[in-house]
Design a protein around this ligand. Structure first.
Ligand SMILES: *Cc1c(COP(=O)(O)O)cnc(C)c1O
Length: 360
């Protein structure tokens, strides 16, 4: 049995998703990196991504990369988040390539390489409109970055990349990704050498590959959500050719009984400062689960059984309405949920949720 709550991950489905994404992209001469940050850099999941054909692994946290490096996966690692100056010494010794947008940071990387006798590859991020990271694609910012890179002895510019659908929710399009290609060509011109990598985003960019409208030149994607969950939250879709039942969250019932559906007494605020509202449905069967907001994102879970409704949660409890549940339920039963990206992220990060790998 083992400790609850659990997140059960079906590894064969994750691997199959990875190989389907890799095959799709191969048709457009695009390599795929597997992004493991959504499962807190889980080693088994990362291995399934590699076995599925991903050509590198990527994570936003250096701690996850350090952990994965112990596994002899024999694959390059990319740091997805822009480096903190304080972690650059570690980055140059542990990571194969990082994403950069600041000239100051490029200089710091070059200096750290000189001291430690390393060389380091960077991908210059370009903001094509989502307003998260990246240089602005203006003449002066491109020239400035090129000048800095040319002044480096040990930093090599491997390519350009962009991120869409994250902060601004901007969808990838042939137009904004073509902008990335143009910026890359300008950089090549200024640097005097070819860039190997044109990295065109993550899961949301797969739609362009499927439709055959990915701009020529884009030759890399960094994919997490599609492989892990078979969904594309930015594009608001399930990806039909991928498994969506890759993981299940299970939590245990610790109280079960009939109670009124409206609280009794003067109502102040709940544990998180919100004033709750209730609909009077009379006396109903309710259950309490031993899992809470500390472990999961409430909006991101959906019960897998019919007749289970999430009423709310506090830090350590989720309250359910079970009146319409057809099956048997007792104290100690578990209730299963599907998770979205945010709920998966929280669950795998919580030390209280046990990740159970269901083997291939
Ligand atoms: C998280 C992240 C990705 C992966 O995004 P998905 O939508 O999960 O595919 C790619 N690139 C960067 C820079 C990221 O931070």
């Amino acid at each position: 049995m083992g400790r609850n709550p659990k997140l059960r991950i079906r590894l064969s489905k994750v691997q199959d998703n990875a190989s389907k994404v890799v095959d799709l992209c191969k048709g457009s001469k695009i390599e795929v990196g597997g992004v493991a940050k959504g499962v807190c850099g889980n080693v088994s999941v990362a291995r399934a991504m590699v076995d599925g054909g991903c050509s590198f692994l990527a994570d936003s946290r250096i701690q996850n990369i350090i952990n994965l490096k112990k596994e002899n996966l024999n694959i390059p690692f990319m740091l997805l988040r822009l480096p903190m100056p304080s972690e650059i010494d570690e980055i140059v010794s542990l990571v194969n390539f990082s994403l950069v947008s600041m000239t100051e940071v490029v200089k710091l990387i070059d200096e750290a390489c000189r001291i430690q006798n390393f060389y380091h590859d960077v991908i210059v991020m370009v903001d094509v409109g989502d307003l998260r990271e990246g240089i602005w694609p203006s003449e002066s910012e491109i020239e400035n970055m090129a000048k800095t890179l040319k002044g480096c002895q040990r930093v090599r510019c491997m390519g350009v990349g962009t991120n869409v659908g994250c902060f601004g929710g901007v969808l990838p399009s042939p137009e904004n990704l073509d902008k990335l290609v143009q910026v890359g060509r300008e950089l090549e011109e200024l640097l005097g050498y070819k860039l190997e990598i044109y990295s065109g985003g993550g899961t949301s960019s797969l739609a362009l590959v499927e439709k055959g409208i990915m701009p020529l030149g884009i030759n890399q994607l960094r994919v997490g959500e599609a492989i892990l969950l078979g969904s594309d939250v930015t594009g608001r879709r399930s990806i039909p050719y991928l498994h969506r039942d890759t993981m299940v969250l299970e939590a245990e019932v610790i109280e079960l009984g009939r109670k009124p559906s409206v609280p009794i007494g003067a109502v102040g605020a709940d544990a998180f400062g919100n004033v709750p509202t209730f609909v009077d449905k009379g006396v109903r069967l309710r259950g309490i689960l031993a899992i809470g907001k500390q472990d999961v994102r409430l909006e991101g879970i959906s019960p897998l059984q019919e007749g289970v409704y999430v009423l709310g949660a506090s830090s350590d409890h989720i309250i359910l309405d079970l009146e319409e549940l057809a099956g048997e339920i007792t104290i100690g039963s578990t209730i299963s949920f599907k998770v979205d990206y945010g709920a998966m992220l929280a669950a795998t990060t919580s030390p209280y949720v046990k990740v159970v790998i269901e083997e291939r």
